[in-house]
Design a protein. Structure first.
Lengths: 244, 244
DNA sequence: GCACACAAAATTGTCAACAATCTACTGGCA
DNA sequence: TGCCAGTAGATTGTTGACAATTTTGTGTGC
């Protein structure tokens, strides 16, 4: 009769627990890798056959992805990979600035040797990926750096929100990144570590603000990468304002 | 062949568009009014019969509520009204401090006469509710005040997140509010208006921080209101550490 | 009397068929 | 030819029945 909330059993392991979680992750990876391109339609039955599951499972995964704003669910029309516009991109990074400002302040004022080590270990992994030329790992680790800080801030609410925001950022970056990314993110992360352990919250917050602005400014928000199905851009025409 | 994202058709009107949205709102209201008490189990079929819809609809509403952290979805066990603990309460208000700090700064620096009027109009409604002794309207309007500020900050990402956070806050307040709430929230909102139009972002941010801390401190986090089904508290015993 | 195993009931999870909707195509008409 | 209505196909939305699981109830042995 008493409610036992218990934990929602969210095994994040790569194992085969919860098929729909597995599907969610596969699709997530495909979207962030641009194997599924922005605007592309996702047909339920095709995916169901591909993954060997029922349509209901696909639908459930859609709900999660839509919740993360990685796909658009249009009633009676279906699911489409999200196409965040310039405005949305700016708002996402603006939101991150607001939130991560508070995060770095908290982390800075509550820094401990153990936490500093955690950050340093993570940076080492980032450098390794950079050295190996592993582009995908670099992007993932780069996002997880920010997530680590949120975790260190000790606020689960913020952590969960930032996790979603980072996914959205990843899609935006995938859409708008410049062809030859200098991607000095790891350098900026180094600078952040210095600021975080420096003990000055204002300085750390400023450093994070600069970092996020830098990521945003490295984007080419007026030149989104054309996808294979993006005929409008491929042929240099816009379907709306088309003219001989 | 091209995707038309379109809008997700979120009619917020009280009409009968989208039955599951209607059900979501009904349950939401019941939870925040404590007609559905924290810890209470929600049986799908009972609700389905009550609302005259299929179980699937109820299930869909559950998903939204779980997403807002207003209910817990436990696999194979069912749905339970959330029981945010002390820790969670603190984290929610801490998160709001971080976010609304940025919000009020942005609103302050971009204040216009029109926006000030919008805020003033809202405060008038709050005072009216206070005068009428309409407790429910006061709580709702009090939350919407913060949401208005988020909207004025012009960031949809933040706005949506804060909306959910305010719902969570409402549940927490319903659980832990002191029996005789002085609830001078509207006075504090008056002070906020002054700070927001004062042009000093730091002052406005400090004012908001004080306000949120005050809300939190008015809670009796060590004395949650017992529900009808909360036997542990009713009988002054804890099921875990039970002893003759 | 208590603990355990077993059975019955209640509840949630899943799926596959059917209905509703949208898209693409065909053919007729001006 | 170009436009529009009507139709066939493809896709999404919904439901009800069935399977799996948990909870409750019962009885037996110690």
């Amino acid at each position: 009769m008493m409610a036992h909330p218990a934990e929602p059993a969210r095994y994040t392991g790569s194992g085969k627990l919860r098929p729909e979680e597995q599907i969610y992750r596969e699709m997530l990876g495909a979207i962030l890798d641009r194997r599924l391109e922005p605007g592309m339609k996702l047909v339920e039955e095709d995916l169901a056959k591909t993954f060997g599951v029922s349509r209901a499972r696909i639908r459930s995964a859609f709900l999660q992805l839509a919740h993360d704003k990685l796909i658009n669910l249009v009633p009676n029309r279906g699911a489409f990979i999200a196409e965040p516009g310039i405005n949305e991109a700016i708002e996402v990074f603006s939101a991150r600035r607001m939130i991560e400002d508070g995060v770095v302040r908290k982390v800075t004022t509550h820094m401990t040797p153990d936490r500093a080590t955690q950050i340093r270990d993570h940076l080492a992994a980032e450098h390794q990926a950079q050295h190996d030329g592993d582009h995908r790992a670099r992007i993932i680790l780069s996002g997880e750096f920010h997530l680590l800080l949120a975790r260190l801030a000790g606020n689960l609410v913020i952590e969960e929100f930032l996790e979603r925001l980072i996914l959205r950022s990843s899609l935006i970056i995938a859409m708008y990144e410049s062809p030859l990314p200098p991607d000095c993110s790891h350098d900026e992360h180094d600078a952040l570590l210095a600021a975080l352990t420096g003990g000055d919250p204002d300085a750390a917050a400023a450093c994070m603000a600069r970092h996020l602005d830098a990521i945003r400014d490295r984007l080419q928000l007026d030149h989104r990468k054309p996808g294979k199905t993006d005929f409008a851009r491929i042929f240099g025409r816009h379907p709306d304002k088309a003219a001989g």
